[in-house]
Design a protein around this ligand. Structure first.
Ligand code: CUA
Length: 267
């Protein structure tokens, strides 16, 4: 039987077996000695809509990350050197990427699902989080930051960058609430208040302004129109913004009211 196998064929087979064994050994070593794991899609875990950080034990943290057009929540995380972080990632709208630069963690943020991976941050430094899945017009600006700091007693989430500005005390409470939501829900990423066109139409002077839509109709922007645009962003598309897919946000009727009042106030 064995004389049917040519000598050089035997050599090739032996090399193939050796290479396969080496690969298996490398995989086993990575898993056992370096703690490298395969990212997981968790089943039976309810997708969450808000980001959070919690400390489990001294060095062990749990980070819940929400991706959406076009930012991460939380946008910034500060942790001590040596932090072992269980990271759970979900999305509110479309599929985003979630890659922590300088680590081997690269997950997909999928709406309706939760993906999981663990990272141990052994060295201090700045670890940018990038979205590496094309997710729309402002994909290139979608990033977050993890800061690993020495001599830090406990990790925390710094206050949101886009701090809600102080407002005059005579501002109606609904407007103030809407202003807060404008920052928190991320409207600020696409709608400016100063007339500049970012990704979507500016809010400046939008109330009462004539808006032209892709279907040829036009409307003088009133409360009903603004409300509809928040709840059903795809119903009327303003001319010139065809390529932008505004996501709908989970908002309560009360929050919609606040947003409408705030948008009306931006003159
Ligand atoms: Cu999110 Cu690209």
């Amino acid at each position: 039987m064995s004389d049917r196998i040519h000598g050089s064929e035997k050599k090739v087979i032996s090399i193939a077996i050796l290479v396969s064994a080496a690969h298996l050994f490398i995989l086993a070593a990575a898993a056992l000695f370096y703690g490298l794991t395969v990212p997981d899609c968790l089943e039976g875990v309810k997708p969450f809509t808000e980001g959070s950080l919690s400390q489990k034990t001294d060095r062990h943290y749990e980070l819940h990350m929400v991706a959406r057009m076009w930012n991460f929540d939380p946008a910034e995380v500060v942790l001590p050197v040596g932090a072992r972080v269980d990271i759970f990632v979900s999305s509110l709208d479309v599929t985003h990427g979630f890659h922590i630069t300088g680590t081997n963690l690269n997950l997909a943020a999928v709406p309706g699902a939760v993906n999981y991976g663990r990272v141990v941050f052994g060295k201090p430094g700045v670890y940018p989080i990038v979205c590496n899945e094309y997710c729309g017009i402002a994909h290139h600006g979608m990033y977050g930051t993890i800061r690993i700091v020495e001599n830090l007693t406990a990790g925390y989430l710094p206050a949101k960058k886009d701090k809600v500005p102080e407002v005059a005390s005579n501002e109606p409470p609904l407007v103030t609430q809407g202003r807060k939501l404008y920052h928190e829900k991320g409207c600020i990423a696409c709608h400016s208040l100063d007339g500049s066109q970012v990704v979507g139409p500016t809010f400046k002077g939008i109330y009462g302004r004539l808006s032209y839509f892709t279907d040829g109709t036009s409307i003088k922007a009133d409360e009903a129109y603004i409300q509809e645009s928040i709840l059903f962003p795809q119903k009327k598309i303003v001319k010139g913004f065809e390529s932008v897919l505004m996501p709908s946000f989970p908002v309560t009727p009360e929050e919609v009211q606040g947003l409408v009042e705030f948008i009306k106030s931006v003159k």
